[in-house]
Design a protein around this ligand. Sequence first.
Ligand code: SF4
Length: 379
Amino acid sequence: MFSFSQLRLYQQCPRKFAFKYVWNVLPAQDEVSLAWLEGNLLHSALCWLYKQVQSYNIPTQEALLSWFNHYRQEECSEKNHIDGDDPFIVQAYHNCEKILSDFYQEYYPFDQEMVIALEKNLFLHLDSFIIQAKPDKITKRGDTFVLYDYKTNQKLSSEEEQFHREQLLLYALAVQENYGKYFSHLECCLQYLRLDKEIRFEVTADDLEEISQKYLTLCQEIEKEKEENSESEDCFPVKQGNFCRFCEFASFCRAGKTLQSSSSQIFPEQYATWYTESKNKIKGLEEEKELLKQQILEIAKENDFACVYGNSVQITLWRRKKIHIENEEKMGSFLEQKGILEECLSLNEKEVKNFIETNPDFRSFLEIKESKVLRVKGG
Ligand code: SF4
């Protein structure tokens, strides 16, 4: 029996497939990736949501988020080797909460189609081979069955989109085998949750014929390789690519080792990932800093403090006036009419403040906002 992810892995690199599913090699590292974690959390939350919908018990958005928070606390425990306080993991939760809230608001009250099955295991028979299919959701609209698969990609290449389409077409074959008599038309929908994108397509008899032929040939090819099952370079051949850098079997594979030993060769994707992760971390810290600032201001206001002391640190509260010009064009003409435009252009901040004090007419062009600033000494 094969799953689609096994068949996909074989197409990506037959050698990696063999390490994982034929030779049962234990990978060098088996860390939970953020992408996997987010995917798992989102799939579980949406499955829960539609189970409620299926039993005519539509939850509120708050109930969905509360279920999500409870579930992620259970998942991200020591038992599963996930540190729930890690800033990257915390950021992943926030991403999921945002995606779930957007999804809820877009599809509420979830009555567009009738839910038939959720994450149901279906079996497709291709000749003597069995392929396991597990669409995230099957719904019914009139005499059409719709198959859904949620994806959590941050970006989408055309090659990846093609794989996703093939996956759903293969699942469509399984749905036809299991539920064929209940519908006249079949439709597929890929929902890219992070990209806010949906790809829908109708399934034709030609599509099903083509996909069935392609995957039957693939299963036969794998079976032939399994029968030969040797470690020669020809059996389960290596297929090198950018993905080798992240392959958990690289230390067992000559192609992977070569890539890992050339330390200068870091793929641009890695830099992009590091950059995005750092950016998200900084954003999280900025939010935390703002929250702490508000708390300090509140404490100071309640107790009428001008200063707050910490461990070898002194925080002083300042009120600062921020001047914002509402209409630069109008103000320019006004100054020009008065013949003082040149003079004003060379004023420094202090002189501008004095100028405003002594020229009340000028104030109508300005918006003066007061902001509170914290000045830190020591620390
Ligand atoms: S390192 Fe590359 S070539 Fe080797 S098994 Fe992994 S993906 Fe295949």
